[in-house]
Ligand binder design. Structure first.
Ligand SMILES: Cc1ncc(COP(=O)(O)O)c(C=O)c1O
Length: 366
């Protein structure tokens, strides 16, 4: 990795000797270098200076028009372009909550969302859940009793479980009137017949805000995504001071993404990703002998009885592999010590098989 002075370029670098299953990052060779470069050049050619100046507050029309046609269930008035799903969550938390307010979070769920929420002084409370995911009626009752501002969850190919909330629970949840922030980051990375309907879709846009991202389908470094929400909320986002001052978020990248989408490069790229990440998934789950998730990037591995995830970590690293211990995914660290999250996105299939072998070797003999 090239170093520039005291800092490097990327967020994560491999530790020598460790095949790391901990990071939910793409395999570098699956990033669309050539197609993105072509889209950048074409964008400048087509739009000239308009691709490089301050952008429209909710995002540039070419991207919003393509995106709305692509998702099929949102209008331009329900769409705001963000610097990714994390940014979308931060913006919503800034707008909707005050310090001390309660936000319910699925249990387990995406651990890095916790700090985005607590950065704003919000109090996190785990929502009731079981093996199939969130329990709608109990969650709605808890939300009411605590006056929760919203519920955050990743119902489709979730991080860390790879599971999707069953359709019946989706329908029940949206019927109960709990304000929902649906993180839909993994929707397009399915390895079977497709993805279950979004909560946003089932609710017809009422009471649900959806976070989308191009981080997994195109590239994390774009820091590009979107929010689907009621027009009144989109209007409040567009009137934020820093949007007024700096224009639409990440405008030049958004313009290139519009070209990447309208040219058909996005569809081709995501189809390729599905084929390749399916192979990754099968390599890891086959080597471990565990069920394969239908989408996303993660395997939520239950450890043999009595084994603690955090105690296993140093042992696994001595054997040359790593993972994220389950408790990281529970707000207040209220569970998960019997699970680890393994990511199959960042290593090639042969390395995944080797890493699985190292992990098995780190487990105590039965
Ligand atoms: C569920 C979930 N939401 C959001 C993110 C981050 O998305 P972005 O890079 O668009 O901020 C991730 C990345 O790991 C994720 O797993």
């Amino acid at each position: 990795m090239t170093r520039f002075g005291a800092v490097t370029i990327v967020q994560f670098e491999h530790r020598p000797g460790i095949l790391d299953l901990g990071w939910g990052h793409p395999l570098p060779s699956l990033l669309p270098l050539g197609a993105w470069s072509g889209a950048g050049a074409e964008t400048l050619e087509t739009y000239g200076w308009q691709a490089l100046t301050y952008g429209h507050p909710t995002g540039p029309a070419p991207l919003i028009d393509w995106l709305c046609a692509h998702v099929g269930d949102a209008t331009p008035g329900q769409t705001f372009v963000t610097a990714g799903a994390s940014h979308g969550l931060a913006l919503l938390t800034q707008l909707l909550t005050g310090p001390g307010d309660v936000v319910l979070v699925d249990s387990p769920t995406y651990h890095l969302a916790f700090q985005i929420l607590t950065d704003h002084g919000v109090r996190l409370v785990p929502a009731p859940a079981d093996e199939d995911g969130l329990r709608p009626a109990e969650t709605a009752a808890l939300a009411r009793s605590l006056g929760a501002v919203f519920l955050y969850l990743v119902p489709t190919f979730g991080n860390p479980t790879g599971r999707s909330l069953p359709l019946e629970r989706r329908r029940e949840l949206v019927s109960l009137g709990v304000p929902i922030v649906e993180d839909d980051t993994y929707r397009e990375l399915y390895y079977g017949d497709g993805a279950p309907p979004a909560l946003w879709h089932l609710a017809n846009g009422h009471g649900v805000v959806r976070l989308g991202s191009f981080a997994k389908t195109v590239a994390p470094g774009l820091r590009l995504g979107w929010i689907n929400a009621a027009p009144s909320l989109i209007d409040r986002l567009a009137r934020l001071g820093y949007v007024h001052s700096g224009g639409g978020v990440n405008h030049s990248t958004a313009m290139t993404m519009a070209t990447f989408g309208t040219s058909g490069a996005y569809e081709r790229h995501v189809a390729r990703l599905r084929d390749r990440y399916r192979e990754h998934r099968d390599a890891l789950t086959g080597a471990l002998g565990v069920p394969a998730p239908d989408g996303g990037w993660f395997v939520w591995l239950r450890l043999p009885a009595g084994l603690d995830a955090e105690a296993l970590l140093p042992r696994a690293e001595r054997h040359g592999t790593s993972f994220v211990p389950g408790p990281a995914f529970y707000a207040g660290r209220g569970g998960g010590s019997d699970h680890v999250r393994l990511s199959f996105s960042h290593l090639a299939p042969a390395d995944l098989i080797e890493a699985a072998g190292r992990l098995r070797a780190a487990l105590p003999a039965e």
